[in-house]
Design a protein around this ligand. Structure first.
Ligand code: NDP
Length: 451
């Protein structure tokens, strides 16, 4: 980066930090994009004159609201709800809802910002948004979760709609929560519409939506490996998380011939040197999605595997690492451990799971590395396909949806190659994804005038 561009980035970031004090995850996400697109934008004076970057980092709307609800013992609780509608230049707002104790304004804004570029990469017409609450369903009864979802939706329903803003799931929001949210929306608005995605199959959901983020991650990783003449076949894969993304990433990697040896949750990780198989996967689905148990139970069930409390899986030797839990879960020491352990490819299933310092270590060591906004876009892409099916009042087969998903992940990979291939032939997927997403959103914003 030349001196002029470097000064531009630092000046821009100083303004963002001053205007959004204390929002460190938001600063981190913005800096990554600005560093990628600054060399591009500084050579297009009309984008500078139009202040496109300044407009993109300012959400179109931030909604914060009270969510009061009553637990099973009659005690009243107050949580905080959010919806950050970041950018609607290329379509209605679209992005998940996260229920987790860590949710705050900074995390909502970083996720909505990332979502804007991710959605642009999918080639589908979707703007970027994110929402959620500092409520975590874990440990609550179904009745409590239902009452919370109903209270949350009572306010959120004023701000969303099939052509306005279409939320989906994320951490802490799976099929059960989407069901309660949809039920309340339908009751309040008296309409059966495609306003939420991730719906049940009997009431407007798409086949393969639950699988889509994890499967899409593996399709994208296949493309990355192919640039070096490799595949999943015979590779050792370590995965963090044991939720929606991790489960289906593990299943697909295994079916593509890899040996998946770890899963985790926020309490620790399990290492199974023999690798997962269909029987063990069935156990994980039942443990996590039906019994809502903890991953340590896996080690008790399958002899030969070990549970490591309080640790992350990154020190286990591997060929491929798929972080699928949460933001900033690969820090500097974790990245060093991955490099030392022989890892050759890190593809993000979670959003921003790797810190900037860790990304530098991974890239400098010559590993393939892709940011979540490219490699985990299969989830929102399939949500876009669910919206299409809802509008058409049609239901596509699993093969049809899988075909679209594969093609979209291939197209995203091709866009990363187009804008991220360096003069020495290596691919910078961060740069490629950021520039490709930015060009599409910026072009639409210029076309639509100063709004
Ligand atoms: P789930 O709630 O289904 O699973 C989350 C998993 O990550 C759980 O195993 C959870 O463990 C673990 N986890 C959550 N927070 C932490 C933490 N602070 N430290 C360690 N582990 C943690 O969520 P998803 O699988 O849907 O989402 C995972 C990631 O993928 C998120 O970053 C999300 O934004 C991203 N993503 C999800 C998409 C989707 O379609 N669902 C689409 C694109 C991205 P525990 O049970 O202990 O909390």
């Amino acid at each position: 980066m030349d001196k002029f561009t470097q000064n531009y980035v630092e000046g821009f970031m100083a303004d963002v930090i001053a205007k959004n004090p204390g929002e460190k995850e938001f600063h981190q996400a913005v800096r990554e994009v600005v560093e990628s697109v600054a060399p591009y934008i500084t050579s297009y004076p009309h984008l500078m004159d139009q202040k496109i970057l300044e407009r993109i980092v300012e959400p179109e709307r931030v909604i914060m609201f009270r969510v009061p609800w009553m637990d099973d013992r009659g005690e009243i609780h107050i949580n905080r709800g959010y919806r950050v509608q970041c950018n609607s230049a290329i379509g209605p707002y679209k992005g998940g809802i996260r229920f987790h104790a860590s949710v705050n304004l900074s995390i909502m804004k970083f996720l909505a910002f990332e979502q804007t570029f991710k959605n642009a990469l999918t080639t589908l017409p979707m703007g970027g948004a994110k929402g959620g609450s500092d409520f975590y369903p874990r440990g609550h009864s179904d009745a409590e979760v239902m009452r919370f979802c109903q209270s949350f939706m009572t306010e959120l329903s004023r701000h969303i709609g099939a052509d306005t803003d279409v939320p989906a799931g994320d951490i802490g929001v799976g099929g059960r929560e989407i069901g309660y949210l949809f039920g309340q929306y339908k009751r309040l608005r008296d309409e059966f519409s495609g306003t939420l995605t991730g719906k049940g199959l009997a009431w407007g959901g798409s086949l393969l939506r639950p699988e889509a983020t994890g499967y899409g991650l593996c399709y994208f990783t296949e493309q990355m490996l192919a640039t070096r003449g490799e595949s999943f076949q015979g590779k050792t894969v370590i995965i963090s998380g044991a939720g929606n993304v991790a489960q289906y990433a593990a299943q697909k990697a295994m079916r593509l011939g890899a040996k998946v040896v770890t899963l985790s949750d926020s309490d620790g990780f399990i290492h199974d040197p023999e690798g997962l198989n269909e029987e063990k996967m069935a156990y994980v689905f039942e443990l996590k999605n039906i019994r809502r148990g903890r991953i340590k139970e896996y080690a008790a069930k399958f002899p030969g595997s070990t549970y490591y409390p309080g640790e992350r899986p990154w020190r286990i030797p591997c060929d491929i690492a798929l972080p699928c839990a949460t933001q900033n879960e690969i820090e500097k020491a974790d990245a060093e451990a991955l490099v030392k352990g022989g890892c050759r490819c890190v593809a993000e299933g979670a959003n921003m799971p790797t810190t900037p310092e860790a990304i530098r270590i991974i890239q400098e060591a010559g590993l393939l590395y892709s940011p979540g906004k490219a490699s985990n876009a299969g989830g929102v892409a399939t949500s876009g396909l669910e919206m299409s099916q809802n509008s058409m009042r049609q239901h596509w087969t699993a093969e049809e949806v899988d075909g679209y998903l594969r093609r979209i992940m291939q197209d995203i990979h091709a866009a990363c190659l187009k804008y991220g291939t360096e003069p020495d032939g290596t691919v910078n997927y961060v740069k490629g994804a950021n520039i490709a997403g930015f060009i599409k959103v910026a072009g639409a914003m210029v076309d639509q005038g100063l709004v």
